[in-house]
Design a protein around this ligand. Structure first.
Ligand SMILES: Cc1ncc(COP(=O)(O)O)c(C=O)c1O
Length: 387
């Protein structure tokens, strides 16, 4: 995992868009949520073996690939899924869009819990639905929780869907069973369907446990659409492969009509191979990855201790995304951006892109080799020491 791979010569978004977004190439790119850590060798080997077969015509995703994911979800999360509930999707964001189109109408309201992964918002507005913000509550200790009172107060007859991010990007929370249950019960009572984006659900740090939303109760399962994929966990975003699951038969039939109308077919030959290999062979690698990421976080935390009056990082419970609280600087968001780009030379995701509640925060992707993390920490330390 410590191997540093030169990516700027590939089409990696994180590197290609540096100049456009940060007006300089002289930054360490730690924004896009993919890893600079190599994809596991057993997946690369499976892809090489497939490449030996020189025909790349139409291929179905094999039943054994679906079975591998079903077994993974059972083994890792005690989540029981049936094959007939599952759909292939090239992207979780595409699945969000299809769910909005299926389960809401133009003009309906869709709830988001800000600050949150920004395509949640654009998926709603791109489909001419209205965003209802149910901001997360942030306490003095820097902990985020759901605001269920606010949620209840915002529900009306036009509110049809809630987009749940679990674990949460960018704040790094792994929601507890109790929190999810309370949220789910409100949605059941109010006939609101829930899209559970669980793409980060395998990236869980020691001491925490991911609870699949659809596993909470039958009533909750029957209002939920769950999206999961190996893209984040195994660094396979470029292979466009994920699945979604809908247990309720009527919901599934409604979804299928919209799904068929876009014709995703069955995805790519290489996506299928990587997907199956990841879910069959990936257990040990993921456990090692989480240990590796923990060391990166410790590196940052040790340095930030010296600057705790201006910059803090809440230890994430899940994801490889660190949510840095910069409110201590007392700077505007624009000035913060300039500080990170020009002084620290770090390309980060800016808090306000996740909703106005992200003001005063930045997101740093720590899924990089230790040497790169050391460099980032060093740059940050120097910039902070010069203030
Ligand atoms: C919460 C969340 N959902 C979805 C995605 C993107 O998934 P996909 O590439 O499958 O559309 C990301 C990527 O950062 C994410 O953080």
């Amino acid at each position: 995992m410590s191997q540093v791979i030169e990516r700027s010569s590939s089409s990696a978004e994180k590197y290609q868009l540096r100049e456009r977004l940060f007006k300089t190439e002289d930054i360490l790119p730690m924004w896009v949520a993919d890893m600079d850590i190599v994809t596991p060798p057993f997946i690369a080997q499976a892809l090489r073996e497939r490449l030996e077969h020189p025909i790349f015509g139409y291929e179905e995703m094999s039943e054994s690939a679906y079975e591998a994911q079903i077994a993974w979800l059972q083994r890792r999360h005690s989540f029981h899924i049936e094959r007939e509930w599952m759909f292939y999707s090239p992207s979780v964001v595409a699945s969000i869009n299809l769910a909005i189109q299926t389960f809401t109408s133009v003009g309906d309201k869709v709830i988001v819990q800000t600050p949150v992964y920004f395509p949640f918002m654009s998926s709603i507005t791109n489909n001419q639905r209205h965003i209802v913000r149910n901001p997360l509550k942030l306490d003095e200790k820097g902990d985020y929780t759901f605001d269920l009172q606010d949620l209840k107060s915002k529900i009306d007859k036009d509110t049809k869907l809630l987009l749940l991010c679990s674990p949460h990007n960018p704040v790094g929370r792994v929601w507890s069973r109790e929190e999810l249950l309370a949220l789910g019960e409100i949605c059941v009572e109010n006939n609101i369907k829930v899209f559970a984006d669980e793409i980060h659900s395998d990236l869980i740090f020691d001491g925490y446990k991911h609870t699949p939303f659809g596993s909470l109760s039958k009533a909750i399962r029957d209002i939920s659409i769950t999206a999961i994929g190996p893209g984040k966990t195994f660094n396979l975003a470029g292979l466009s492969i994920s699945t979604l699951m809908i247990a309720d038969e009527k919901m599934r039939q409604d979804f299928e009509k919209v799904y068929k109308a876009v014709h995703f077919a069955e995805g790519t030959v290489f996506g299928h191979v990587a997907f199956e290999s990841a879910y069959r062979e990936g257990d040990v690698w993921v456990d090692e990855l989480m240990e590796y990421l923990t060391c990166n976080i410790t590196l940052l935390e040790d340095t930030l201790q010296e600057h705790a009056n201006i910059l803090t990082c809440k230890h994430p419970q899940g994801t490889y995304l660190l949510w840095l609280d910069c409110r201590g600087f007392g700077l505007s968001d624009k000035a913060l951006r300039e500080l990170f780009i020009q002084k620290a030379k770090l390309g980060l995701s800016w808090g306000t892109s996740f909703g106005k509640e992200g003001s005063g925060f930045v997101r740093l992707n720590c899924a990089v080799p230790h040497a790169v993390m050391q460099e980032a920490v060093q740059r940050l330390h120097q910039a902070l020491s010069c203030l």
